[in-house]
Write a new protein. Structure first.
Ligand SMILES: Nc1nc2c(ncn2[C@@H]2O[C@H](COP(=O)(O)OP(=O)(O)OP(=O)(O)O)[C@@H](O)[C@H]2O)c(=O)[nH]1
Ligand SMILES: [Mg+2]
Length: 477
């Protein structure tokens, strides 16, 4: 893919850690700008330095307060912090009550902290991808510590969450149902449990419930620790920070490598899935390949499995998938889909031979037993045609009726001989449209009535390798 100057400049801005460049790049990722792909390719080699922590939990659990506390700790160590809030009500994204935001004023004004919220709508399932992209941009820009806050336990959130290196699930006392939700969705991705608001009653009970759940579950080489915190006072935060550091050390060790690999695989896998889904969606597109296939199946011309196979084949033939970074554009319907490949050409209809006179030109073919079956004048072409069957095909001898007709001209130029090849097609309009889209030089863009009333059109020899090609629609179609 050619890289434009704008992309190059932006990449340089990111690598130099310039905030406007970072912000712009994240906007590209978020809006599905097609240029993002090239940008990511340029900056990705410079990622991998950041520590990425995800925090998730129910609304109001204290994620933002914890995020802010972790950010401050990192700042004390001189580390640059990027905060990505995938959460409509987070004080980081501006939706929360003013008080919360004011309490975090120090972070908003700290040049070593970049806070970015991601819109949760309009992503067509690409929220996790956009967030991962945002994290990569921050990483490439030199942010050492990246904190991703997401709300809830929906599928999208789980997808976002599992992209983080260390995934923290935040719970609070008095939210018994949450444990059930975690069992259903987050158990396998949680690396650390925080029971926040430990200043309230029931924190220990929540801790017990989590421990019980962990005993029953399969957690592999890393047993997720459970930490009690009071985010508002900072109690338990040192322990949380040290457990996070332990987890990072684990990730850097041999067993962590496996987890890292799993996560990278997941990320690629979800891109592949997103891509396929998009392709499948494209079947519903303008020219309705799916619609056509459905009509075929309903007419019992094809069974559903065969129809599906044809569509899959055509999608695979279609070459490069539509870019993931253009989610708002309609994907083009693959060229070969409409009409279906096997309907394109049904047989050789006839070979057209220019002759000076039908009587003279026909004598030889009579010897071979290819007797004239049908003779007809086609006024529009200024010819009389004579058809002789050869198996499923015909020879068509053409005699000119006028000195300015196409056959007269051909005779004048080249003498008698093969004039054109005619192929029978299933749906001539569709074939012409397809050829036109492919840039083929058509003599007739719309079919006209040829011999026998068949709808025909000619393709210029310049596009066929030197053969004047007639397309003739199968009668009855
Ligand atoms: N009592 C008590 N309140 C807390 C604690 N942690 C956070 N809070 C308060 O709980 C409220 C919600 O905290 P946030 O940090 O905004 O919670 P959140 O999970 O980010 O919330 P959303 O982003 O809206 O889902 C705020 O008013 C906090 O001050 C805590 O440990 N104890
Ligand atoms: Mg929040």
């Amino acid at each position: 893919m050619p890289v434009s100057g704008a992309v190059q400049d932006l990449a340089e801005g990111i690598l130099a850690g310039r905030v406007p460049a970072v912000a712009r790049a994240i906007t590209w990722a978020e809006s599905g700008d097609p240029r993002f792909q090239a940008l990511l390719a340029l900056v990705f080699p410079r990622t991998g330095g950041a520590r990425v922590t995800g925090l998730t939990g129910s609304p109001g659990a204290g994620k933002s307060t914890l995020t802010a506390a972790l950010a401050r700790k990192a700042r004390i160590l001189g580390r640059k912090v990027g905060i990505v809030a995938v959460d409509p009500s987070s004080p980081f994204s501006g939706g929360a009550i003013l008080g919360d935001r004011i309490r975090m004023q120090d972070l908003y004004t700290d040049p070593g902290v970049l806070i970015r919220s991601m819109a949760t709508r309009g992503h067509l399932g690409g929220l996790a991808r956009a967030t991962a992209d945002a994290v990569d941009v921050l990483d490439a820009a030199g942010y050492d510590e990246i904190l991703v806050e997401t709300v809830g336990v929906g599928q999208d959130e789980v997808e976002v969450f599992r992209l983080a290196e260390s995934c923290v699930v935040v719970l609070t006392p008095g939210m018994g149902d949450d444990i059930q939700a975690i069992k259903a969705g987050l158990m396998e991705v949680a690396d650390l449990f925080v029971v926040n608001k430990a200043d309230r009653d029931g924190a220990d009970r929540v801790v017990q419930e989590i421990l019980q759940m962990l005993e029953l579950g399969d957690h592999g080489a890393w047993l997720p620790p459970v930490v009690k915190t009071v985010a508002t006072t900072g109690a338990g935060l040192d322990e949380l920070a040290s457990k996070l550091a332990e987890h990072r050390a684990f990730l850097d060790g041999p067993q962590g490598a496996q987890r890292k690999r799993e996560r990278t695989k997941k990320r690629i896998e979800s891109l592949v899935k997103e891509n396929f889904l998009r392709k499948v969606e494209s079947l519903r597109g303008d020219r309705g390949a799916l619609e056509k296939a459905a009509a075929h199946v309903e007419a019992r011309l094809e069974d559903p499995m065969s129809a599906a196979r044809t569509l899959i084949g055509a999608l695979e033939e279609d070459g490069g998938p539509p870019s993931l970074y253009s989610p708002f554009e309609k994907s083009p319907v693959p060229k070969s889909l409409d009409p279906k490949p096997k309907d394109l050409v049904t047989r050789v209809s006839h070979l057209g031979i220019a002759v000076k006179s039908l009587a003279e030109g026909g004598a030889f073919w009579d010897l071979l037993g290819l007797i004239e079956e049908h003779r007809e004048e086609v006024a529009s072409q200024k010819v009389v045609t004579s058809f002789r069957a050869v198996g499923e095909s015909h020879l068509e001898l053409l005699e000119s009726t006028s000195s300015d007709g196409p056959i007269a001209k051909a005779l004048e130029k080249r003498g008698p001989g093969i004039h054109h090849l005619c192929l029978e097609v299933g749906d001539i309009d569709a074939v012409l449209a397809m050829l036109k889209a492919a840039g083929v030089k058509l003599i007739n863009e719309t079919p006209f009535a040829g011999a026998g009333g068949c709808r025909v059109a000619f393709v210029h020899p310049a596009s066929t390798g030197g053969i004047l090609l007639e397309l003739s629609e199968k009668s009855g179609s």
